[in-house]
Ligand binder design. Structure first.
Ligand code: NAI
Ligand code: MG
Length: 376
């Protein structure tokens, strides 16, 4: 019997291609697993009105971990227009299946390591080894949004919040409101995850990213909680920085940073920045991690421009598989897989288009697979 049950969610566009590459290396590394395919993505929105059908959520609740490719998302109006005509007028509203998956399974940690592998021609600078911890279920992604703004809400805001007077005379459909909701519990949990990691991985510092001087209520709460959690880890140095400033400082002095922890939106932004510093979307991997279950994915999207061309870089998804191996406790396999990736990058013989080469997606997977067979 297989040791692990893994949900297998290719999704849309290049999702299928990068997942095929990941499967090749997972088989080569010798993971004993049963891979259970799950439905997610645009096709299921169009045909069923749900990009994350209940059967997929049920599947996710029954497995040890999941690997996910990418999905296509479109703004509300475009999403409605593409819905199967039979489903029109039923009040169906498109919401990102990834955001829902994170919230419904309480995958509260988004872990995004960004390491510059030696020899990658896309490295912004050699030696970068950053890890971003992004809160994954709250903040501006909580899904509490209004456009147009209902009368009851604008009436209430006008009464209780003086700054709302600047907007009160505008027609309701000319104002939109997205709520940034942060809790003490959610903030403490992500900061604790970052400090636990820093201690275990012998990291030199944790940096709290925020904008508490302007976004006082929510980021103020995040920063206060972060400071309280940091006191439980006196052995680990911490500092804090505004999100705008950190974008500048990361580029100027990447070596001054190590582990970064942020609320959802800032974490999303700085992790893309950090990923670009180590090769861009072809290298950015991430884990959505909960208490019992985790979903690993490349950070890139479905790249429709490249779909079905089998030319995109699968390394992001292969590194996401490595994270999955680590999380499952298969450290030796994870280490071997990373070594194989690092060797292929260093040798520079097989490079996909983003790295300036002409190798196809599966050429890269096969090259990594070959290294694995030598390393095993
Ligand atoms: P994208 O990440 O899909 O692609 C942007 C560009 O990055 C591509 O055109 C390509 O030049 C490059 N790129 C992406 N993956 C690459 C890879 N593996 N190798 C080499 N180059 C790669 O972002 P875009 O075009 O803004 O969004 C496309 C769709 O994906 C949209 O519907 C968007 O909503 C969705 N999306 C989904 C995400 C997810 O599934 N987690 C994340 C981001 C976007
Ligand atoms: Mg992103």
């Amino acid at each position: 019997m297989s040791r692990y049950r893994i949900a297998w969610l290719p999704g849309d566009g290049i999702g299928n291609e990068v997942m095929a590459a990941a499967r090749l290396v997972l088989d080569q590394v010798g993971l004993e697993a049963e891979y259970l395919p799950g439905d997610i993505g645009w096709e299921f929105w169009r045909c069923e009105g749900d990009a994350l059908p209940q059967r997929t959520l049920d599947l996710l609740q029954s497995v040890d971990a999941a690997l996910f490719g990418a999905i296509t998302s479109k703004p509300a109006k475009a999403a409605e227009a593409e819905l199967n005509p039979e489903l029109h007028g039923k009040g169906l509203v498109y919401r990102s299946p990834i955001v829902r998956m994170r919230q419904m399974l309480d995958l509260y940690v988004c872990l995004r390591p960004c390491k510059a592998y030696a020899g990658n021609p896309l490295n912004f600078r050699e030696g970068i080894n950053l890890v971003v911890f992004r809160e994954n279920t709250e903040d501006l992604y909580s899904g509490v949004e209004f456009n147009p703004v209902p009368q009851e809400l604008s009436g209430l805001l006008e009464k209780i919040s003086p700054p709302f007077s600047a907007f009160k005379d505008l027609p309701n459909d000319e104002v939109a409101i997205s709520c940034k909701i942060n809790t003490k519990k959610g903030s403490a949990a992500i900061v604790r995850a970052a400090f636990d990691f820093a201690r275990k991985d012998k990291r030199k510092k944790v940096t709290i990213v925020h904008k508490a001087n302007v976004v006082r209520a929510t980021d103020g709460l995040f920063l206060d909680e972060a400071a309280a959690v940091a006191r439980e880890y006196p052995d680990i140095p911490m500092d804090s920085a505004n999100v705008d400033a950190i974008c500048m400082w990361l580029l100027k002095n990447p070596d001054n940073y190590d582990v970064l922890v942020a609320p959802n939106l800032y974490g999303d932004i700085i992790s893309d920045l950090a990923a670009q510093m180590v090769g861009g979307l072809g290298f950015g991997c991430s884990g959505n991690i909960g208490r019992k279950m985790a979903v690993f994915e490349p950070t890139h999207g479905s790249a429709p421009k490249y779909a079905d061309q089998w030319k995109v870089n699968p390394i992001a998804t292969i590194l996401a598989s490595k994270m999955m191996l680590d999380w499952l406790g298969e450290k030796e396999k994870g280490q071997r897989l990373e070594e194989a990736v690092a060797t292929v990058i260093k040798e520079g013989r097989v490079r996909t288009y983003d790295m300036g080469g002409q190798a196809a997606t599966m050429d890269m997977a096969e090259a990594i697979g070959e290294k694995l067979s030598v390393l095993s």
